[in-house]
Design a protein around this ligand. Structure first.
Ligand SMILES: C[S@@+](CC[C@H](N)C(=O)[O-])C[C@H]1O[C@@H](n2cnc3c(N)ncnc32)[C@H](O)[C@@H]1O
Length: 386
């Protein structure tokens, strides 16, 4: 493919099944900078011929599919091994690959040994949190080839010196590169020896809740308690006793665990699109002796749960899509709740009062009452109309 700027490739990428909107695109200047740099390093003979490539944090496939179009990537099958935390990103990569006839040549894997074993080049879209970067840096230092080059890129406005510091804990040599089009790369080499056990998930007892919370690096709020979640939990004693409750967008699974504990007859599904979240929720359930009552499920907006199969859903919705505050992600989950709730079932949700979710709740679920409000948040209960 003679696409020196990756323009024709990028133009055909979609975010689907993630939220799509005119101001949201499936690739960014960091993807381009990373791919250009890989190509330049290959041309300069800085990468081993036939070295194995791993991609981490690809959003919708730009990096994986772009790499597949580069010369000399792919001498060892599969040409690219890739890890994406979000199932929406994994599905988008497969859909984009199918549309571009590039659906062989890559393998999607969890963050770990199979992804990184023998990798001589790791291309990374920098995550937003330092904890997630730490988990990735540890995995690269632990499993990749000793001569691995880690090329990590991000938007300058989202990068911090803390990222250099995290990488410097795992690599002898960390070099920031010049910025281009508001993106910058960090190049890390010479992995340091790592501790016997990987540093994640971390475990912390939350004294306020009397709950042990487990968190992988990429999970929302780490082992902490989000203030919106805390406010929603104030209403736990008033929530109905369900046979099957869902913690939708479960993160570390605090809502699932607290609901299961307060409702001994309930079966609870903790579900999230993030692999780190469902791993964390499972670890939290186990740490609190609730694993027989809580099932975890990695899925996009409960798409695999049957319609009408839940009688209670708890939701602290996301309101960020990448860096932008966007209500689309929350609306998508409310819409899904309208499908998965049985008639008469209830959705209890907490949101920043300025987000005005109420009309969507009325429309997509049914009659909605405000059960609490503080200076920042509103808690509502919506009953699924028959
Ligand atoms: C505000 S956090 C709440 C996390 C957790 N429930 C808590 O209270 O700490 C929102 C969560 O929704 C998840 N999420 C966002 N979009 C989703 C989708 N389409 N399907 C499933 N989960 C999603 C995010 O990964 C994140 O963990």
């Amino acid at each position: 493919m003679a696409d020196t700027n990756f323009d024709s490739l990028f133009a055909r990428l979609r975010r689907f099944p993630d939220v799509e909107a005119a101001n949201l695109q499936a690739w960014d200047a960091t993807d381009r900078l990373l791919l250009d740099t890989v190509r330049e390093m290959q041309a300069a003979g800085l990468l081993q011929p036939g070295g194995r490539l791993a991609v981490v944090g690809d959003r919708y496939g730009a990096l994986t599919l772009g790499a597949l179009t580069l010369d000399s990537v792919g001498t060892v099958a599969p040409a690219v091994r890739v890890h994406q935390d979000l199932i929406t990103g994994e599905r988008a990569l497969r859909a984009n690959a199918g549309a571009l006839d590039l659906d062989t040549g890559f393998e999607q894997l969890p963050l770990g040994e199979r992804l990184l074993e023998g990798a001589s080049l790791v291309v990374l879209q920098l995550p937003r949190s330092l904890a997630e970067l730490e988990e990735i840096a540890d995995a690269v230092a632990r499993y990749a080839a000793p001569d691995v080059v880690l090329l990590a890129g991000g938007r300058v406005k989202h990068m911090s010196l803390g990222m250099n510091a995290v990488l410097a804990r795992y690599f002898e040599d960390v070099q920031p590169q010049l910025a281009r089009q508001k993106s910058r790369l960090l190049l890390a080499r010479r992995p340091k020896p790592v501790a016997d056990a990987p540093p994640f998930p971390v475990t912390e007892v939350n004294e306020e809740l009397g709950l042990t919370v487990c968190a992988r690096g990429a999970v929302f709020a780490g082992t902490g308690l989000d203030i919106g979640t805390r406010f929603l939990l104030d209403f736990l004693p008033r929530m109905p006793h369900a046979a099957h409750a869902v913690d939708l967008g479960c993160g570390t699974g605090i809502l699932a665990a607290m609901y299961a504990r307060a409702n001994p007859g309930a079966r609870v599904t903790a579900t999230d699109r993030s692999a780190a979240a469902v791993d964390s929720a499972l670890a939290t359930a186990r740490a609190n002796g609730l694993e027989d009552r809580i099932d975890v499920l990695q899925d996009d907006a409960m798409s695999s749960l049957p319609a009408g199969s839940a009688d209670m859903i708890l939701l602290n919705p996301p309101f960020h899509l990448e860096a932008a505050v966007h209500s689309g992600a929350g609306i998508k989950l409310i819409e899904a709740a309208g499908t998965v709730l049985a008639p008469g079932g209830e959705l209890w949700t907490v949101f920043n009062s300025h987000l005005h979710y109420r009309p969507a709740l009325e429309r997509l679920i049914g009659p909605t009452r405000e059960v609490g409000r503080n200076p920042k948040f509103t808690v509502t209960a919506s009953t699924r109309r028959p």
